[in-house]
Design a protein. Structure first.
Length: 187
């Protein structure tokens, strides 16, 4: 496995080692040993999967407030997405900054997103399967979102079709109006 730094400290692109031949391929998508060798120590407790039928579906920017904040290891098993992580930790040198990477079934890349960051993605193809591991269980009481188009963050999603957004995503508050409780150095 290879760990590639992004512009946000702690957010990494992970490239697994892929062993392939004429029959197909094999790769490890998670190994405690391999991640620890990369300096990444996580105890994942839940796997999630979503399906998006159409190109252009945008999901996010989502997070869970502390004490149920979640680190995520995300990947795509079918199709392709523009995957985005946003630093939501007040006091962080990179507060409100974001990074984006294309994740696809073809490139097999993953993104490691630590606690204190918001996450979202936009589908670049039809028929997208998106999988992710989290290091804390889902909590309805702590589940939050901020506006995907918050001008204080300015994520470049490209064209966004409002009819492909969920009610949750269109009704999420701006970061300044949210109760996001992430503080740099505390999460």
């Amino acid at each position: 496995m290879k760990k590639i730094e992004t512009c946000l400290p702690g957010v990494y692109i992970i490239e697994p080692q892929v062993f392939g031949d004429a029959r197909g391929y094999f790769m490890e998508t998670w190994s405690t040993r391999n991640f620890e060798e990369l300096g990444l120590r996580y105890d994942f407790v839940q796997d999630n999967q979503s399906y998006s039928a159409q190109r252009g579906i945008l999901r996010g920017i989502h997070f869970q407030n502390a004490p149920y904040a979640q680190a995520k290891l995300v990947r795509v098993t079918r199709g392709a997405v523009l995957d985005v992580a946003v630093d939501l930790r007040r006091g962080s040198p990179t507060y409100k900054r974001w990074t984006a990477v294309e994740l696809s079934a073809e490139n097999k890349r993953m993104m490691m997103i630590p606690r204190g960051f918001g996450h979202g993605f936009k589908t670049l193809t039809d028929d997208v399967e998106f999988c992710y591991k989290v290091d804390n269980l889902y909590s309805r009481e702590c589940d939050r979102g901020i506006r995907f188009d918050d001008p204080a963050i300015g994520v470049d999603w490209g064209e966004v079709r409002r009819e492909l957004l969920s009610a949750k995503d269109t009704q999420s508050p701006l970061l300044r109006d949210s109760d996001c409780n992430f503080v740099y150095g505390e999460i």
